[in-house]
Write a protein that binds this ligand. Structure first.
Ligand SMILES: C[S@@+](CC[C@H](N)C(=O)[O-])C[C@H]1O[C@@H](n2cnc3c(N)ncnc32)[C@H](O)[C@@H]1O
Length: 295
C-alpha cells in the first residue's frame, strides 16, 4: 500500500512538471518503444513494464492484448485517458521486495517491543544490517512470465526508479528524521545497504527478463547530471561517464548503481544500444539508454 501511495504521488508530481525540454526524449523513447511494438513477436503476449501514464508508450502500435504493468494505482486510468485504451494491467511491485524493505527499515527505526523510535544513528545501523540480508527476487514478474510466456517485453523507463523508491521507503520508516549521514565524504552504512539492495533488485529484474526468452526493449536512466553547465555526449564509450563531454566537472549520479545492463544477458545478442540526453529540468538532466536484446 505504501509503495502504491508513494508511486501515485511521485507520478503525479512528474506529470505536473513543465515538459518544455522533453521533445527530444519523447521522440526518441516513443520511437524506440514503438519499434518494439511494431516488431512484436506475432501471436505471443506483449508486456509493457513501467507503463505509467503512457506518456512514453505509443499504445496505438501495441497489439490488442498487450498488458501494462505499473504499481501506480492511477496508471491504467491515465493510460485510458491518454490513449483510449483499457489495457489488461498488473499493479504488483516489479522488484517483489519493496514491502520487505520497508518492514526492515521500520524494524531498524523502532524498538520492536515498544514501537518507540530509536536514536537515528542506532536505528540506521540496525536497519542497514537488516536490509543487507534481504534478497528481492522479482517474484511477481517471474510468476507472470511463467504463466503467460510473453514473446516481447518492453521496460519503459522503470529501472532507474527502483533505487529512488527504495530510498523513500527507508526515509519514511524514520519519520521526520532523515537517516542518512549527509556528509558526502563520510561512510554511510545505511546508504550502502540500500544501494546494494537496489543492485540486487535490478539484477533479479534483469535475470527474470533474461530467463523469459522474450525479445527485450529496455529504456532507462543510465545516469543523472545535476550540474547546470553545458554538456553533450561523445561517441559511445564505457562506462557511460566516459561519454560525457563538458568544459567543467559534472555532478552525476548512477541510478543503476554501477550495473551494466548490456552485460546482463550472457549468450544473447544485444542488437541495438543508444543514448541521448533528456532535459527533464534545467537542474536535472538524464542520460537515457535504449537497449534491444534479441532472442
Ligand atoms: C519514469 S516513470 C515511467 C513513465 C511511463 N513509461 C510513461 O510512459 O508514462 C516510472 C514508472 O515506474 C513505476 N514504478 C516504479 N517502481 C515500480 C515498481 N517497483 N513496481 C512497479 N512499478 C514501478 C512508476 O509508478 C512509474 O509509473
Amino acid at each position: 500500500m505504501t509503495l502504491k501511495a508513494d508511486l501515485a504521488r511521485e507520478q503525479g508530481a512528474f506529470l505536473r512538471q513543465s515538459r518544455s525540454g522533453w521533445g527530444t526524449h519523447l521522440t526518441e523513447v516513443r520511437g524506440f518503444l514503438g519499434e518494439g511494438l511494431r516488431g512484436a513477436v506475432p501471436g505471443a503476449p506483449v508486456l509493457i513494464l513501467g507503463a505509467g501514464a503512457g506518456l512514453e508508450v505509443p499504445w496505438a502500435l501495441a497489439p490488442p492484448d498487450a498488458t501494462g504493468w505499473d504499481a501506480d494505482p492511477w496508471s491504467r486510468v491515465r493510460t485510458f485517458l491518454r490513449h483510449g485504451r483499457w489495457a489488461p494491467w498488473c499493479f504488483e511491485d516489479l522488484t517483489g521486495g519493496m514491502e520487505a524493505l520497508g518492514a526492515a527499515a521500520v524494524r531498524g527505526a523502532r524498538q520492536t517491543w515498544s514501537g518507540k523510535a530509536r536514536r537515528t544513528e542506532k536505528g540506521a545501523a540496525r536497519a542497514a544490517g537488516l536490509i543487507r540480508s534481504l534478497r528481492p527476487e522479482a517474484g511477481p514478474l517471474r510468476a507472470w512470465i511463467a504463466r503467460h510466456r510473453p514473446g516481447t517485453i518492453l521496460a519503459a523507463n522503470v529501472m532507474g526508479q527502483f533505487g529512488v523508491v527504495a530510498q523513500r521507503a527507508v526515509e519514511k520508516a524514520f519519520g521526520g528524521h532523515p537517516p542518512w549521514v549527509g556528509d558526502p565524504d563520510a561512510q554511510d552504512p545505511l546508504e550502502e545497504a540500500v544501494n546494494d539492495w537496489t543492485r540486487r533488485a535490478l539484477e533479479a529484474f534483469l535475470g527474470a527478463l533474461g530467463d523469459s526468452g522474450a525479445d527485450l526493449w529496455l529504456c532507462h536512466d543510465r545516469g543523472v547530471v545535476f550540474s547546470q553547465g553545458p554538456f553533450s555526449l561523445g561517441p559511445p564509450a564505457e562506462p557511460w561517464t566516459a561519454q560525457l563531454r563538458s568544459p567543467e566537472p559534472l555532478e552525476v549520479t548512477d541510478p543503476l548503481v554501477g550495473l551494466d545492463v548490456r552485460a546482463a544477458f550472457p549468450g544473447r545478442t544485444v542488437a541495438e544500444s543508444r543514448r541521448w540526453i533528456w532535459d527533464l529540468a534545467p537542474w536535472q538532466r538524464h542520460v537515457m539508454e535504449a537497449i534491444q536484446v534479441s532472442r
